[in-house]
Design a protein around this ligand. Structure first.
Ligand SMILES: O=C(O)[C@H](O)[C@@H](O)[C@H](O)[C@H](O)COP(=O)(O)O
Ligand code: SF4
Length: 607
């Protein structure tokens, strides 16, 4: 085992120290759940009869109660191309469970929003809190207590974080995440983005734009850019919660089917009464959380995980913050370039060596904890191998060196960038996050006058009216969790990209979010405290000069101190209604700050 990198070790110790109390009570909870919780043996005859009434050919086995019964929590729907393949998974998993003398039942379904369908629409204001809704639905599913293990079917943005946040509260159960894989590559992401920029300038019409979009998003499977969904898949590998190498194998292939089948077999093998019991709550410990952050930084993953990883960690009694990301970022090199940080997509990445290469490189450099509890074993190097079929049987091999493409994957010793490009910004405007891996190095410091907006549509109107054709920092505020649910403002990307391509110094400053697919325009996002709670971003006035510097980690309003202190922030905005937003008012009002993960559910639960 390689010597652990000093920074990774120090951050891990910091996280362990900070989490000591929370983690101890969490481990006590899951131990108590296992010993005295409501488990199948504690259910009444009536409870169990209701549970197996419709179980068909599995009824005698479930009724006898002597074989493991696996709960399937599924995020299937037809809105997410990534989740569409899940429609057939319950049947596949039930058959696979029977092959090892077990049974499986769908414990429950969870909601799943496609952020691509809601991007730029009012539905996006439900997106972040759909994560906690998924966590709540996961708890409802598992509260049937009929299960000695669970399989979690989820891939996209808020779904994996939500599934884990809910499932961790049943962390005494062994669980495996079961992915579906990326859609085949269509129109390259860069070409799609080019047509979008042309359309935003009126140089392409709606028919051309729809043609490009439909050629890019064209089949079942996850979108092929490296956004939050595919960052989730990377994280599940480095946290050891998938079957090794399952992340980016294509849907509808024999290998995908065998990996899905193997997950059902494996969750039984690591189950309740076996001698290889691997409960989820022990797999997700401080080392796994730090490994997830390292994987995110090394691959240029989605900024959304600076919200989701703290939230997942809290559900396991662990606290990680933006200082930890920032410190790790200075020690973890960027070793992959996948759109928006490069021109290749996840299929190219997978074909070039993919996660097996990344994990092998990071382990060899001591940047990942190797001695971790995973669903596949006690050594993360299991995930530095690639699944394949040999004589029709699933096996794992060392990744082929030959396929490595230096434009996509680099060794730790010769990275694309010496740092992971996820920085913490601090200053008199509060704290924010900026991702630099997709930003040209000439744009890491932007100092310009601000143009203040309360809504992304107002920005687009100003752009169309040619009012932004200059050096400018676009401020979109009242976009935080308590204001309107902290939507992604990714719809701004094409227009801001046009301004940047015209040679202007352009940046975005917001208490909202960006998509994991956003990239080239420097954006200081997740500003906390948010405007809605009186945060200093609310004091900015049109024309103020602001400096955003990702090199020094600075976020500063260049306003004379006395003047700055004398200003009062803009008053909180009225809450929107429509598209169900009023139903999420309790989550907005109870939400804590972005750096804690923006969750009323966790905050009120005292987690
Ligand atoms: O964080 C993310 O990765 C995004 O939320 C992503 O899931 C979303 O779907 C984008 O909106 C897709 O990109 P386009 O909107 O550019 O198609
Ligand atoms: S990656 Fe985004 S756009 Fe694609 S299916 Fe998932 S949520 Fe929808």
């Amino acid at each position: 085992m390689n010597q652990l990198n000093r920074t990774v070790s120090a951050v891990t110790d910091r996280v362990i120290g900070r989490s000591r109390k929370g983690r101890a009570s969490y481990l006590a909870l899951i131990a108590a759940q296992r010993e005295h919780g409501v488990n199948r043996k504690a259910l009444s005859c009536g409870n169990i009869a209701h549970a197996f009434a419709a179980s068909g050919e599995d009824k005698p086995v479930i009724r006898a109660g002597r074989s493991p019964n696996i709960g399937i929590v599924t995020a299937y729907n037809d809105m997410l191309s990534a989740h569409q393949p899940y429609g057939r998974y319950p049947e596949i998993l039930k058959i696979a469970a029977r092959e090892v003398g077990a049974t499986a039942q769908v414990a429950g379904g969870v909601s799943a929003m496609c952020d691509g369908v809601t991007q730029g629409q009012s539905g996006m204001e439900l997106s972040l809190f759909s994560r906690d809704t998924i966590a709540l639905s996961t708890a409802v599913a598992l509260s049937h207590a009929m299960f000695e293990g669970a399989l979690l079917l989820g891939i996209c943005d808020k779904i994996v974080p939500g599934l884990l946040m809910g499932a961790l509260r049943f962390g005494h159960l062994p669980m495996i995440l079961v992915p579906g894989g990326p859609m085949p590559s269509g129109l390259p992401n860069r070409e799609k983005a080019r047509v979008r920029q042309l359309y935003s300038e009126g140089k392409a019409d709606k028919a051309e734009l729809l043609e490009a979009e439909a050629a890019s998003y064209h089949a079942p499977g996850t979108c092929t850019f490296y956004g939050t969904a595919n960052s989730n898949q990377m994280m599940m590998e480095v946290m050891g919660l998938h079957m090794p190498g399952a992340a980016f194998v294509s849907p509808g292939t024999r290998l995908r089917q065998e990996l899905t089948r193997a997950a059902a077999h494996r969750v039984v093998a690591i189950g309740w009464d076996g001698d290889d019991y691997r409960p989820l709550g022990r797999c997700i410990d401080e080392k796994a959380i730090v490994n997830a952050a390292v994987g995110l930084l090394a691959t240029g993953g989605s900024t959304n995980h600076t919200l989701h990883l703290p939230a997942i960690a809290r559900a396991a009694g662990i606290t990680i913050d933006w200082e930890d990301f920032d410190t790790l970022s200075q020690a973890v090199p960027l070793i992959t370039r996948i759109y928006p940080s490069g021109s290749s997509d996840v299929n190219d990445f997978h074909a070039a060596g993919g996660m097996a290469f990344v994990i092998r490189e990071l382990l060899a450099a001591g940047l990942l904890h190797q001695d971790v509890l995973t669903v596949a074993g006690d050594d993360l190097s299991r995930y530095a191998t690639s699944p394949t079929l040999e004589n029709d049987a699933l096996t794992w091999i060392d990744p082929h060196e030959a396929s490595r493409d230096e434009s996509i994957l680099r060794p730790v010793g010769a990275p694309f960038s010496p740092d992971g490009g996820m920085r913490l910004l601090t200053g008199n405007l509060g704290r924010a996050v900026i991702k630099t891996s997709a930003v040209d190095t000439s744009r890491l410091t932007i100092e310009a006058p601000v143009a203040i907006f309360q809504d992304q549509d107002d920005v687009l109107a100003a752009f169309k009216a040619d009012k932004l054709n200059r050096d400018v920092i676009i401020v979109v505020r009242f976009q935080g969790p308590q204001a309107n649910g902290m939507p992604e403002l990714h719809k701004l990307t094409p227009s801001l990209g046009v301004l940047q391509d015209r040679g202007h110094q352009v940046a975005l400053l917001t208490d909202g979010r960006m998509s994991g697919a956003s990239g080239k325009v420097p954006s200081a996002i997740h500003v906390t405290p948010e405007a809605q709670t009186g945060g200093p971003i609310g004091r900015l006035r049109d024309g103020d000069h602001v400096r955003i510097c990702a090199v020094r980690g600075e976020l500063a309003a260049l306003v004379e101190t006395a003047e700055w202190q004398a200003r009062s922030p803009e008053l909180p905005h009225a809450e929107a209604v429509g598209t169900g937003r009023e139903l999420f008012a309790f989550m907005r009002r109870g939400s804590d700050g972005a750096e804690r993960g923006a969750s009323a559910m966790l905050m009120v639960a005292g987690l």
